[in-house]
Design a protein around this ligand. Structure first.
Ligand code: ADP
Length: 403
């Protein structure tokens, strides 16, 4: 029987779960329970060709995980029969302490809890997921896989904020970077796809999903990334602002009388393209830009232009950081599916070595593919990310290393 890993991604009101075979790369099942804590939580599962959806009251994360097991049972997949060998937990912030996937024990839980002030929106729900999964599956090894780990060794010049060094040291203020599991996986897959040694490639990876981040990867090691102390820095995202003048925060606190929590919530949830045009979904954004009324069209076009402008600035910056670049790869929901974003991000960059093949770029193909022109000095790729598979593989490698 194939080994299977249960991968959990636990958010404040949602629990995503997948069953992945690390050896074959097959995703056996995928599901999510949303609006945990509400009367009408939505549970969805895709398993063995079946898709089911249930509306239930799910009071907390423990009830959510129990419901996930019930859904598996309902589709004929009792956990005992699935060859489960481990549970992998996505943990957003590993601080300075965690730079590789780590077996979970009580001490690790305490150390990750201590990092919660650095990631108040993300780490506490991940810890809840760890707690309930360890309770319900006590006999399996549990592994924490950190979103920051890949960027742990960013060069100091890229990781350091130019602020009072003592304050930064005392409060651990530095650039940590996020989406590391995806940037690592995609940069490795790009090398596999091109049949070139990872060590020989200078790469720019553009992870454009709801959250969005860019990285510059030289020979497999990250040399810069766009997210910082928190996942708010960098590119314009679905609902997050990305880079802003920090003066905006003080101005709004002083002059508009906004509380710090309100500003944080605005910058996380009501900013980005959604803050500018009302939608964080690029399909809707394009629809508004084409067929909305006059003000919707103007707002959607501005949101799109701001998004593209920032993306081009980061591409230009990373071309300079790397000196010479071999590959630019698009990944995640927008990066994999939105040909217009890819085209507009790279238009006019031929003098810098980037020439897209419009036909390849427009092709509705899925899977890893080249979208640059044959003569383009820099190869442009689309590589689907698969964070669940990367987490599952990291889990079994960690267990094997500790055996
Ligand atoms: P996350 O994991 O950060 O929630 P994803 O990587 O799944 O996000 O990306 C989700 C986003 O991808 C959606 O909000 C939407 O903007 C975009 N997206 C998904 N499918 C398409 C598509 N066919 N065309 C354009 N954008 C798409």
């Amino acid at each position: 029987m194939q080994r299977t890993v249960l991968v959990l991604n636990s958010g404040s009101s949602s629990l995503k779960f997948s069953l992945v075979q690390p050896d074959t790369g097959v995703s056996v099942a995928d599901g999510i329970i949303e609006e945990i804590g509400g009367e009408h939580s939505m549970a969805r599962l895709e398993f063995g060709g079946l898709k089911i959806q249930r509306e239930r009251s799910v009071v907390d994360h423990e009830a959510a995980l129990r419901l996930a097991f019930d859904l598996f049972a309902e589709t004929g997949g009792h956990l005992e029969t699935l060859g489960l060998v481990a549970v992998g937990h996505r943990v957003v912030h590993g601080g300075r302490d965690f730079y590789r996937p780590t077996l979970i024990d009580d001490a690790l839980v305490q150390r990750v809890s201590a990092l919660s002030p650095l990631a108040p929106l993300h780490n506490p729900p991940a810890l809840r997921g760890i707690e309930v999964a360890r309770k319900l599956l006590p006999d399996l090894p549990h592994v924490a896989v950190f979103d920051t780990a890949f960027f742990h060794d960013l060069p100091a010049a890229a990781a350091t904020y130019a602020i009072d060094a003592e304050v930064a040291e005392q409060w651990r203020v530095r650039r940590y970077g996020f989406h590391g599991t995806s940037h690592q996986y995609v940069s490795e897959q790009a090398a596999v796809f091109l049949g070139a040694p990872l060590e020989s490639l200078n790469q720019i990876v553009l992870h454009l999903g709801n959250g969005a981040s860019a990285s510059a990867v030289a020979g497999g090691r990250p040399v810069d990334t766009s997210m910082g102390l928190t996942p708010m820095e960098g590119l314009v995202m679905g609902t997050r602002s990305g880079d802003i003048d920090p003066g905006i925060v003080f101005y709004l606190a002083r002059t508009a009388g906004m509380a710090v929590e309100d500003i944080e919530s605005m910058l996380n949830r009501r900013s980005g393209v959604a803050g500018l045009c009302g939608s964080n979904d690029f399909r809707e954004l394009h629809r508004l830009a084409e067929t909305g009324d006059e003000s919707e069209r103007a707002a959607a076009r501005l949101a799109y232009d701001v998004y593209i402008h920032r993306l081009r600035k980061y591409i230009g910056a990373y071309l300079a950081v790397l000196g010479s670049t071999d590959v630019i790869t698009f990944t995640a929901g927008v990066g994999e599916n939105d040909a217009a974003v890819r085209r507009d991000a790279l238009t006019g960059l031929a003098p810098l070595g980037v020439e897209l093949d419009e036909h390849l770029n427009d092709s509705p193909a899925h899977g890893p593919r080249v979208i640059s022109a044959e003569m383009s000095p820099i190869t442009v790729l689309v590589i689907p990310t698969d964070e669940e598979l990367a987490i599952a593989r990291a889990c079994v490698a960690t267990i094997e290393a500790s055996a």
